[in-house]
Design a protein around this ligand. Structure first.
Ligand code: C5P
Length: 234
C-alpha cells in the first residue's frame, strides 16, 4: 500500500514547499494534483514535481463524450504524469475509447475510473442513481476491469469486494482516509489506515490531515511508519 498526498493547498508556493520538504522520501510517496492546483498552476507545476523525482497522479476526473475523453487522455499522457482518472459513469464506450487511443502510445500512465465519490452518503447517492453505493461501485469497477483500465478510485469500504470481483492486481485507490481521527470535513465515508490496509487498498489518498497539520513532514512519517508496521505484521 502506497501513500498518495493530495496537494490541495491554497497556493502553489505552499504545495511546492511541501513537495520539497518531502523530496528526500520521493520514492515512498506519490503526489496528487487535482483541480485546484492544476487549474491555477498548470503543467509547469506538474513538471516541477516531476523534477523533484515524484510520481504524479493527475486527478482531473474526466467526464465528457467518449471522443473528447479519449483525445484528452492522450494529451494527459503527453504531459508525462504517472496516473490519471476518468469517471466510470461516462460509460463503457468512453472507457474503451480512452484505452484504445492510449494503446497507440509507447508508454502510458495508469488509468483509474472513479466509481463513487467518497463525499457521497447513501441518501445523496440514491437521489441520483436510485441504487446503493456498494452495488453501483462494484458495477462500475467490473465495467472498468472489463475495459482494460488499471483500477478504480473507491472508498476503503468497497475495496475488498472490488478486488474479489475483479483481480488482486486491479488497483484500488482510496481517498477519504483519516489516519489519526481527524475531522472528516466534507468526506462521508472515511476510514483509517489499518482499515484501508486490510481492505487491500493499493493507494491511500490523504490531503487535509497532512497539509493542514502543524508539521506535515512529521505526520507523513507517522503514516509511513504505520504502513510499514502493518506490512511487517503480516
Ligand atoms: O483532504 P482529503 O484527504 O479529504 O482529500 C482527498 C482528496 O482526494 C481530494 O483532493 C479529493 O478531490 C480527492 N478525491 C476524493 N474522492 C474521490 C476522488 C478523489 O476525495 N472519489
Amino acid at each position: 500500500m502506497k501513500l498518495c498526498i493530495a496537494l490541495d493547498n491554497p497556493s502553489k508556493e505552499q504545495n511546492l514547499q511541501l513537495a520539497k520538504d518531502l523530496s528526500h522520501i520521493n520514492d515512498e510517496i506519490w503526489l496528487k494534483v487535482g483541480f485546484r492546483s492544476y487549474i491555477r498552476d498548470g503543467n509547469a507545476f506538474v513538471e516541477e514535481l516531476k523534477k523533484l523525482g515524484f510520481k504524479v497522479f493527475l486527478d482531473l476526473k474526466l467526464y465528457d463524450i467518449p471522443n473528447t475523453m479519449a483525445t484528452a487522455a492522450v494529451e494527459i499522457a503527453n504531459l508525462g504524469v504517472d496516473m490519471f482518472n476518468i469517471h466510470a459513469s461516462a460509460s463503457r464506450v468512453a472507457m474503451y475509447e480512452v484505452m484504445n487511443k492510449l494503446a497507440n502510445l509507447q508508454t502510458r500512465p495508469l488509468v483509474l475510473a472513479v466509481t463513487v465519490l467518497t463525499s457521497f452518503d447513501e441518501a445523496n447517492f440514491e437521489e441520483i442513481y436510485e441504487a446503493p453505493i456498494a452495488q453501483k461501485a462494484e458495477q462500475f469497477a467490473k465495467m472498468s476491469y472489463e475495459n482494460g483500465l488499471d483500477g478504480v478510485v473507491c472508498s476503503a469500504f468497497e475495496s475488498l469486494d472490488i478486488k474479489e470481483i475483479t483481480s488482486d492486481n486491479f488497483i484500488t485507490l482510496t481517498p477519504g482516509i483519516r489516519p489519526f481521527n481527524e475531522s472528516s470535513s466534507d468526506q462521508k465515508r472515511v476510514a483509517d489506515i489499518e482499515f484501508a490496509y486490510k481492505a487491500k487498498s493499493d493507494f491511500i489518498v490523504i490531503g487535509r490531515p497532512i497539509y493542514q497539520s502543524p508539521n506535515p513532514l512529521e505526520t507523513t512519517q507517522k503514516i509511513l511508519t504505520q504502513i510499514k508496521q502493518l506490512k511487517g505484521a503480516e
